[in-house]
Write a protein that binds this ligand. Structure first.
Ligand SMILES: NC(=O)c1ccc[n+]([C@@H]2O[C@H](COP(=O)([O-])OP(=O)(O)OC[C@H]3O[C@@H](n4cnc5c(N)ncnc54)[C@H](O)[C@@H]3O)[C@@H](O)[C@H]2O)c1
Length: 352
């Protein structure tokens, strides 16, 4: 094998797309998927590539510093792509400390393991930290987040991601660790756990259940198809400048209510229901505390410097996403019933 990469959080939503892309595109790279398989980790996401000769799964927790040191010594990675995190804002409001432990301490454990393994011989090495646009706080009706926007996180989730970003930069500035960071907007696409807006609405429309929309539905987000995020990660991993940050976004802002309406329209067409049927399920619910009004990202730098652009429009990406959920109802049923958590034990013949 030419290179070994450790990808953390590879059983999660975005991580599984990144792992698949790297395993299939780079058969001469050994890809180690390091994941603790929390409620958000699902190895069924990777069933199609689990037997690839260049793929290895390691069931491990990034909060365990000693285990990280051991695994880095065992695999001697050339690169790390770090996606493992607690990622759901609502859960961070319930249990902020879990987010500090995984997102901050877990990241520092990985930085320490990389530093110890590489021992200052940084040629050809790279630590890639995957972060979010939520670290920049909220925007009013105008403006975009650039790489120079000061950090101003508002939720325990975004505060923990902001903190981990600072540690990654500090390890670059203090120890010379070769790092790169990307801050991306909201992702959507296949394999998304149905606690997030788009898969939740798809699941509820299929089952004729209410579609919860926070507040007055005017919250605005930028949306990116997950496979375009994975393509951007591939590009930045190979061509990004050491120590730099790149924003990644879809050039695609939507108010939540308009997005849900579009989703209802596409679902009615695909399910053969009269137009307007699914929209009747829309239910406005009490707002989440500290809810940021608008996020919008300027992805101009990655476009200018590395030539990246999204490959699909939102309408196309949404249609592909709905088709995937309709074709994979069993995946959805396993995830919503919790049955996916037995997959690891059955597949790998061990206790999960
Ligand atoms: N989803 C988005 O829209 C979005 C946008 C921008 C950035 N991000 C960032 O991308 C990354 C991946 O997000 P996602 O939506 O795929 O998340 P996810 O919740 O779907 O997956 C997270 C994965 O990390 C694993 N994990 C959690 N705690 C762990 C631990 N202690 N040790 C090892 N593995 C652990 C989980 O098992 C899961 O497989 C996160 O860092 C997130 O902050 C997400």
């Amino acid at each position: 094998m030419n290179k070994t990469l450790i990808i953390t959080g590879g059983a999660g939503f975005i991580g599984s797309h990144v792992v698949r892309l790297f395993v299939t595109k780079y058969p001469d790279y050994r890809i180690v998927n390091l994941d603790a398989l929390t409620y958000a980790g699902n190895l069924e996401n990777l069933a199609d590539i689990q037997d690839a000769p260049n793929y290895v799964f390691e069931h491990a927790d990034i909060t365990n510093a000693a285990r990280m040191q051991e695994l880095f010594a065992q695999y001697r990675p050339d690169g790390v792509i770090h996606l493992a995190a607690e990622s759901h804002v609502d859960r961070s409001i319930e249990s902020p400390l879990d987010f500090v432990i995984t997102n901050v301490i877990g990241t520092v454990n990985l930085l320490n393991a990389a530093r110890q393994q590489w021992k200052g011989a940084f040629e050809g090495k790279r630590f890639y930290h995957v972060s979010t646009d939520e670290v920049y706080g909220a925007l009013g009706a105008e403006g975009l987040f650039t790489e120079q926007t000061p950090y101003d996180p508002h939720s325990p989730y975004s505060a923990s991601k902001a903190s981990s970003d600072h540690f990654v930069r500090a390890y670059h500035d203090t120890y010379g660790l070769p790092v790169v960071i990307t801050n991306c907007s909201n992702n959507y696409g296949p394999n998304h756990f149905p606690e997030k807006l788009i898969p939740l609405c798809i699941h509820n429309i299929i089952n004729n259940k209410p579609l919860p929309v926070y507040g007055d539905g005017k919250y605005t987000r930028d949306w990116l198809f997950v496979k375009d995020h994975a393509r951007a990660i591939d590009l930045v991993f190979h061509e990004g400048k050491n120590g730099d940050t790149y924003n990644i976004g879809g050039f695609n802002e939507w108010q939540n209510i308009d997005l849900v309406q579009l989703l209802c329209k596409q679902m009615d067409e695909k399910l053969g229901r009269p137009e307007g049927t699914s929209a009747q399920l829309i239910t406005f619910v009490k707002d989440r505390p500290g809810h940021d009004l608008r996020y919008a990202i300027d992805a101009g730098k990655i476009n200018r410097e590395l030539g990246w652009l999204p490959s699909v429009t939102f309408e196309q990406g949404l249609s592909l996403t709905i088709d995937w959920y309709l074709a994979n109802e069993e995946w959805l049923r396993h995830v919503t019933s919790g049955a996916y958590q037995q997959y690891y034990a059955a597949q790998y013949q061990v206790q999960s």
